[in-house]
Write a protein that binds this ligand. Structure first.
Ligand code: RFL
Ligand code: PHB
Length: 392
């Protein structure tokens, strides 16, 4: 098989890239290791920046999103038993959308299949070769046979555990591990608050989020090595009640837990996000801790920049966009990396933290919730900085 762009991975990055390329008349083949059912059921992100929604709308992928999403204009920071609302839209002029990543993936898969262009499930890429030549090859397994996909360009959209990053020798890796992880649950119960609640408690961080008027998404800070078996549903609810407790007016409703998983928090960046004809996007190139709700939004910016650069290159051979791809994306990635690290450090309790560090975190929370200047800076980052030029 031969195509213009071989896309490894049918997560949000790979599927959106395929769509943006098709709009420019560029052929691609998408290879996905899992089944359609698996990727459409994988519970992950829930918060979309307005820039992300604007792009999805512009390219015709947001009909169901607009019908089903929840729009948020603020969030709550809870500490010392008192909630403080941050009016995000009032401060930063943009709104946020709550729409499950797996719902978006369903929309993207349907749009791709509608075009009749190739999207292969259960087709894991096993090697990406020849990225320093002008005719790279992706080897993949499909129906028990190893196949070759020849192309002009490879887009590595295969997430943190994918294979494409390994094909790019000479990258510099920047990494930071956190001494905690998130236990996330999805519960069939109406949200107990209209907005997200980020809670900093002496027992650790907790987050109250949602997916719809009938589904709540909740997270608890846990140890990275903690087995899921230590968290029966009853313990999850008790711990959430403790950490989300406040002096006045909040009752956490519980309901059946339909998904439960522990996810490590990690900061990770490779530089550059390119090697020859291989371009890395989204989680394949960078991971941010989930506290700032930014991973999916970053992936969307990467593929918007890449699609536009590939459009210019295939149309008239202009390499300028491809040459600046990595720098353009990394500039945003590092801003978001800092924001996510800062928000994570402010809200989590490190297991070995001394009383001095705890006081610093509290001082930061008090400043953020009492100074308009501090809250505005937070809001500007949380709602998402404007997309870079050339991302469309
Ligand atoms: P993905 O989604 O991991 O997709 C990669 C795809 O590649 C496939 N794959 C392969 N396919 C073929 N051959 C191979 N060898 C392959 N190896 C892997 C995989 O099966 C998969 O289908 O990466 P992508 O597209 O870059 O998207 C990134 C986002 O998924 C990620 O950044 C977000 O989920 C992060 N994130 C959040 N981001 C937000 O913007 N807002 C949020 O509210 C938010 N909350 C979260 C999150 C991530 C979380 N977890 C579980 C990591 C909350 C959580 C708990
Ligand atoms: C979610 O709803 O999954 C979510 C919300 C906010 C975050 C992370 C995840 O910061």
């Amino acid at each position: 098989m031969r195509t213009q762009v071989a896309i490894v991975g049918a997560g949000p990055a790979g599927l959106l890239l395929a769509h943006l390329l098709a709009l420019r008349g560029i052929d691609s083949v998408v290879l996905e290791r899992h089944t359609r059912a698996h990727i459409e059921a994988r519970i992950r992100a829930g918060v979309l920046e307005q820039g992300t929604v604007d792009l999805l709308t512009k390219v015709g992928l947001a009909d169901r999103l607009h019908a089903e999403r929840l729009i948020h204009h603020g969030l709550e920071l809870l500490f010392d038993g008192v909630g403080h609302r941050v009016p995000l839209t009032e401060l930063a002029g943009r709104e946020l959308t709550i729409y499950g990543q797996h719902e978006l993936v369903k929309d993207l898969v349907a749009a791709r299949l509608d075009t009749g262009r190739p999207l292969l499930f259960e087709a894991p890429a096993v090697a990406v070769e020849g990225v320093d030549t002008d005719s790279p090859v992706v080897r993949y397994v499909h129906n028990g046979r190893t196949e070759e996909l020849r192309c002009d360009v490879v887009a590595g959209c295969d997430g943190f555990h994918g294979v494409s990053r390994a094909a790019a020798s000479g990258l510099t890796v920047y990494e930071h591990e956190y001494p905690y992880a998130w236990l996330g649950v999805l519960a069939e119960v109406a949200p107990s608050s209209e907005e997200l609640i980020y809670a900093s408690h002496d027992r650790g961080f907790a987050l109250h989020s949602m997916r719809s008027p009938a589904v709540t998404r909740l997270y608890l800070q846990v140890r990275p090595d903690e087995p899921l078996s230590e968290w029966p549903d009853s313990r999850v609810w008790t711990e959430l009640r403790t950490r989300l407790d406040r002096t006045a007016g909040f009752e956490l409703a519980d309901g059946p837990i339909v998904d439960k998983a522990i996810t490590a928090l990690r900061s990770f960046v490779v530089e550059p996000m390119r090697r020859g004809r291989l371009f890395l996007t989204g989680d394949a190139a960078h991971i941010v801790p989930a506290t700032g709700a930014k991973g999916l939004n970053l992936a969307v910016v990467d593929v918007a920049v890449l699609a536009s650069a590939l459009g210019r290159w295939f149309a008239d051979g202009d390499p300028a966009g491809l040459e600046s791809y990595s720098d353009t994306c990394l500039s945003r990635v590092w801003r978001v990396q800092h924001f996510s690290w800062w928000m994570t450090s402010m809200l989590h309790r490190a297991p070995d933290a001394d009383p001095f560090t705890r006081r610093l975190r509290l001082a930061q929370l008090r400043y953020l919730t009492s100074s308009t200047a501090a809250a505005t800076s937070f809001a500007e980052n949380y709602v998402g900085l404007p997309f870079p030029e050339g991302a469309s």
